[in-house]
Design a protein around this ligand. Structure first.
Ligand code: OAD
Length: 242
């Protein structure tokens, strides 16, 4: 039996599936990953300078404009066949998508149960109060725009050194602990606490499947590692799930 067929059998027999996705699942939608050698965002930019509170306080305009560029890129992108297949799986089986991505493409593809561990780049929050801000609340006379309280608005994404939204992380931990099959897709598996979620599943005997076009830090815990592009492999896998 081929690995993809075995993986599909595990998914078909699963009572509860958790999926952890990373930037690799959006690569074929045209969104840069973070650590791919040549074109990864962190190969071109300094994460600490652009994706941290300190970086924002040092130069709010630079950070805001960098996120505006990323937003413009993402607005031009669409879910790929892998995102769509994952949404179709949810119609067949109980699936929780736990994503590190901030691009919103899983929801756009039709996935209903999506936990955005690192927030969503299309939303803004108040730098001081932390609360989400609607676009019509922003004072756009400045760059970055301001919250009604007078503080700057910032992208509502998790920056380096920041805590993840507690309710989302709790739900992700619960989904991981209850999964009998855990699918890891398109992540290098180097950022915590996201990278520990598959371990919570594995220690309770869950079967671990990985889809990645390279080896990752999580490959060693995968019972099946499908070495392929997500947009190719996910549709093939879901087509075999009954
Ligand atoms: P990375 O860029 O670290 O890893 C992308 C992974 O996807 C790598 O393992 C690639 O091999 C794989 N990959 C690339 N293209 C693929 C494709 N077409 N099909 C399948 N796999 C592919 O991105 P993440 O693991 O998501 O954090 O990074 C995790 C976090 O680090 C991000 O959420 C971000 C970043 O700093 C925050 O923003 C807080």
């Amino acid at each position: 039996m081929l690995d993809v067929e075995k993986a599909a059998t595990w998914l078909s027999n699963a009572k509860s599936i958790a999926v952890l996705t990373g930037a690799g699942v959006s690569a074929e939608s045209g969104i840069p990953t973070f650590r791919d050698a040549m074109d990864g965002l962190w190969a071109q930019f300094e994460p600490e300078r652009l994706a941290s509170r300190q970086g924002f306080m040092a130069d709010p305009k630079l950070v805001w404009q960098w996120y505006e560029e990323r937003r413009a890129t993402i607005k031009r992108c669409r879910p790929n066949s892998g995102h769509i297949a994952l949404a179709e799986l949810e119609a067949k089986k109980p699936v929780t998508v736990i994503t590190q991505n901030v691009d919103g493409l899983h929801s756009q593809a039709g996935s209903k149960r999506v936990l955005e561990l690192h927030g969503n780049i299309m939303r803004n929050s108040c730098f001081i109060e932390g609360k989400l801000l609607r676009d019509d609340e922003l004072d756009t006379a400045s760059v970055p725009p301001k919250c009604p309280c007078g503080s700057y608005a910032r992208p509502a994404v998790v920056w380096f050194g920041e805590f993840l939204p507690e309710d989302v992380l709790e739900a992700a931990i619960s989904a991981s602990r209850h999964a009998d099959v855990f699918l890891i897709a398109g992540t290098s598996g180097v950022v915590q606490p996201a990278a520990s979620l598959p371990l919570l599943a594995a220690e309770r005997g869950a079967r671990i499947i990985e889809i990645n076009n390279q080896e990752s830090a999580l490959t060693p815990i995968a019972h099946i590692s499908l070495r392929s592009n997500f947009a190719v492999m996910m549709p093939k896998l879901v087509s075999l799930v009954s």
